[in-house]
Design a protein around this ligand. Structure first.
Ligand SMILES: [Fe+2]
Ligand SMILES: [Fe+2]
Length: 166
C-alpha cells in the first residue's frame, strides 16, 4: 500500500495543475468561442485564489511565528501581486474583442508574466515553507486543511492580505 500524500505533496500538485491551465491558455491556437478559449485560464485563476486563501488562512497562521516569519512576509507580498494581476486578467477577459489582436497577445503576454511570477514564488515556497506543513502544523489544523482541500471553496468576497497595492 502506498503512503497517503503529504500536505506538501498535495499543495505542490496544486501548483503544477495551476501552471498547466495557464500554459494551456498560452499555447491555445485561435478559434472557438472566447469562453472555450479562456476556460483553462479561468479555472486556474479560481484554483489559484483558493490556493492563496488556504495558505493565508489555514497554513501561514500556524507557521508565521519563528523562523518562517520573514519568508511568509515575502509570500504574502507575492500573493498580493498575483491577486492584482488576476483582477487585471479578469477585466481583460470580460472586455470586448479579447480574442482579437492586439488584445489576445496582450492577454497571453500577461499570462506568461504570471507564469514567471508563479515559478519564482513556488520555487521559494516549496523548499522553504512546505517542508513545515506536515511537521509543524498541529493535528487539528492538518485535518481541517485536508478537509478543505477535498471540497472547500474560497469565501465570497475574500481578498488576500496584501491585495491592495502599497
Ligand atoms: Fe503561495
Ligand atoms: Fe502555494
Amino acid at each position: 500500500m502506498t503512503a497517503p500524500a503529504t500536505l506538501a505533496e498535495v499543495l505542490t500538485v496544486e501548483h503544477r495543475a495551476i501552471d498547466e491551465g495557464i500554459e494551456k491558455f498560452v499555447a491555445a491556437s485561435p478559434g472557438g468561442s472566447v469562453q472555450e478559449w479562456a476556460a483553462p485560464l479561468v479555472d486556474s485563476m479560481d484554483a489559484l485564489r483558493r490556493h492563496i486563501y488556504l495558505e493565508e488562512e489555514l497554513v501561514f497562521p500556524q507557521l508565521r511565528t519563528g523562523p518562517l516569519m520573514m519568508p511568509i512576509m515575502v509570500m504574502l507580498t507575492e500573493h498580493g501581486e498575483m491577486w492584482r494581476r488576476m483582477a487585471a486578467l479578469d477585466a481583460k477577459l470580460a472586455s470586448d474583442g479579447v480574442d482579437q489582436e492586439p488584445h489576445r497577445s496582450e492577454a497571453v503576454a500577461a499570462c506568461r508574466e504570471m507564469l514567471e511570477l508563479l515559478d519564482s514564488h513556488n520555487g521559494k515556497e516549496e523548499p522553504i515553507i512546505y517542508p513545515h506543513l506536515d511537521s509543524d502544523m498541529d493535528d487539528d489544523s492538518q485535518a481541517f486543511l485536508r478537509d478543505f482541500l477535498t471540497d472547500g471553496t474560497t469565501p465570497d468576497g475574500w481578498e488576500c492580505e496584501r491585495a491592495a497595492a502599497r
